[in-house]
Ligand binder design. Sequence first.
Ligand code: T46
Length: 137
Amino acid sequence: MYLEQFNFDIKYEEECECGNLISLEEFKNIPFEIKRVYYIYGADPSVSRGAHAHKESNQVLISVHGSCEILLDDGKEQKRVVIDKPNKGLLQKSMIWGEMQHFSEDCVLMVIADSFYSVDDYIRDYDQFLELVKVDV
Ligand code: T46
């Protein structure tokens, strides 16, 4: 399974110790129209979040602080990626199963999505997901 990851430019003024700035813009460094931003923080390291696919939504996951592990699954292959940098984004396309695990205590996972929240966009049953991606198991 091909993983699409982004390295966002860090803007800074040379010899300035005032920190870094990252700007995210639709159709520039985010490959879709931005409709929603949400973020998860305070997740216990032992919890697993997600465990679903989206029928139509695409999203970019960014650990703006701390780290977590993302499992992506296209129904044929699974890949695990640790995201741990505020300037790196991981694309989760529609019809890709995703699970978020091993959150560091300080993790802030920010998600940029191309849709408004809709419960109807979720596939939460893994067997149904496999059926929909038409994989022979
Ligand atoms: C994903 C991972 C990283 C809203 O009201 N609006 C929203 O935009 C979202 C995402 C959730 N909610 C409500 C729905 C539930 O009552 O917040 C509650 C928790 O949502 P959920 O159980 O979907 O949380 P996660 O962490 O399992 O999954 C969420 C996203 O749904 C999912 O797409 O990739 O975060």
